[in-house]
Design a protein around this ligand. Structure first.
Ligand SMILES: [Zn+2]
Length: 130
């Protein structure tokens, strides 16, 4: 799991059920693996350079190269979202004075499976020690 978390900012939305539906659809032949292992070039780039390892096998290829990439959306942030590369950047978001929604996507760097993993809100007003 990534080394930072959503502590103190309210509920975390899990996308576990939606993800399982996609996995089931592939396993039953309703969808082809290439339809769900379709990470876009920008997502692949971020997965290579600004991601955190997830200690779970990839649900598609069962490879060991599953990572989490994190993006923030909100007022004052780029329309395409801002990549949150580490804890320091997340702390910056927490202190920004503006609300943001943070989305974590899991990406497999072997087959390029990708799916939303969880999301949470940051208030932007949190005092962070240090
Ligand atoms: Zn994979």
């Amino acid at each position: 799991m990534p080394r930072w978390g959503p502590t103190g900012d309210g509920a975390v939305v899990s996308y576990r059920l939606a993800k399982q539906r996609v996995i089931d659809a592939v396993e039953s032949g309703q969808r082809m693996p290439h339809e769900v292992c379709d990470a876009q070039p920008e997502l692949r780039r971020v997965a290579h350079h600004h991601s955190a390892k997830i200690n779970e096998p990839c649900p598609m290829c069962e490879g060991e190269d599953l990572v989490a990439v994190t993006f923030a959306f909100g007022q004052g942030l780029p329309k395409a979202g801002r990549c949150v590369a580490d804890e320091r950047e997340l702390q910056g978001l927490r202190r920004r004075g503006k609300r943001a929604t943070v989305y974590m996507v899991e990406v497999c760097r072997q087959c390029w499976w990708n799916h939303m993993r969880e999301s949470f809100e940051v208030s932007g007003t949190e005092a962070v020690a240090g």
